[in-house]
Design a protein around this ligand. Structure first.
Ligand SMILES: [Fe+2]
Ligand SMILES: [Fe+2]
Length: 277
């Protein structure tokens, strides 16, 4: 019998038919494999739900966190909800599929490499990953606009009912801190968030100003503080593994067809989080 694995993938972007075909072809190796889906499944709610439903049929457990694309409110989507209301709508849809979200009790991986608490997080960003030579979010944003590097979130990711995205991020950080503080202190964790938890992975961005939309300094020590055995993220579309303080950080994206078309689909596409190889 093949030992079950805790697997991860992000940035499926199934709006592209080529990506949809790849997702359609995903299969577990063991019927007891778990799959972490670390955000940016799609923009339209029905596309997100269809992709997660398909994966839920195939994997024993599916854990999802939202990416920025799920939170975009576009005119073509019949679901016109914005911000927190949109997120809660997606959480409800996941519950109907029995897909785990940041609002559910954390599951414990007890297969090889475990036990470990699998903690899906939704933390957003607060413009604290500042570009060089800037010292405030306003200065950072001004530099980004000057460079012509502005994330589409500015137009489509609405923070309602919060006054702005940093306020929503602060609320998410506080909620997640409380949830992680309640965890069994004897168990290690797998921390899952669409945006990187630390600044380091953004150092290789082609456009450094884009780091503003990539995370928050408030989580810089969470991999140590919350005993992570691995951190899983996406968003950057730069698949790789880095290490900080002896902790493995896995960027598990598929990315856009133009990206994987140029460099090849990550092999293997489903990254193994546990057991650590
Ligand atoms: Fe993405
Ligand atoms: Fe993203």
């Amino acid at each position: 019998m093949i030992a079950p694995r805790l697997l991860a993938l992000s940035d499926l972007h199934v709006r592209y038919p080529e990506n949809r075909a790849i997702v359609d072809g995903l299969r577990p190796r063991s019927e007891a494999d778990w799959l972490i889906v670390a955000g940016d499944v799609a923009e339209r709610v029905d596309d997100v739900v269809a992709a997660l439903a398909l994966l839920r049929e195939r994997f024993a457990t599916v854990v999802w966190v939202p990416g920025n694309h799920e939170l975009w409110t576009r005119s073509r989507d019949p679901v016109t909800l914005r911000g927190e209301h949109r997120y809660r709508h997606l959480v409800q849809a996941c519950r109907e599929l029995r897909v785990l979200t940041p609002e559910d009790p954390f599951a414990v991986w007890t297969g090889e490499g475990g036990p470990a608490i699998v903690a899906p997080l939704f933390l957003l960003y607060d413009y604290s990953f500042l570009p060089a030579d800037t010292s405030t979010p306003d200065e950072g944003l001004a530099a980004a606009y000057r460079a012509g590097v502005v994330c589409t979130d500015e137009h489509l990711l609405h923070p309602d009912p919060f006054p702005d995205r940093p306020a929503w991020c602060a609320a998410r950080v506080a909620y997640s801190r409380d949830r992680l503080a309640e965890c069994d202190p004897e168990l290690p964790t797998v921390l899952v968030n669409h945006w990187p938890l630390t600044r380091l992975p953004t150092r290789v961005l082609r456009h450094p100003e884009f780091s503003l939309w990539c995370g928050t300094q408030q989580t810089a020590d969470w991999h140590v503080r919350y005993r992570a055995t691995a951190v899983v993220y996406g968003h950057l579309h730069i698949p790789r593994v880095t290490w900080e303080d002896g902790v493995r950080f896995l960027e598990v994206s598929l990315g856009y067809p133009r990206e994987w078309g140029a460099r090849g689909v990550p092999d293997p596409l489903l990254r193994t989080v546990l057991p650590a190889s």
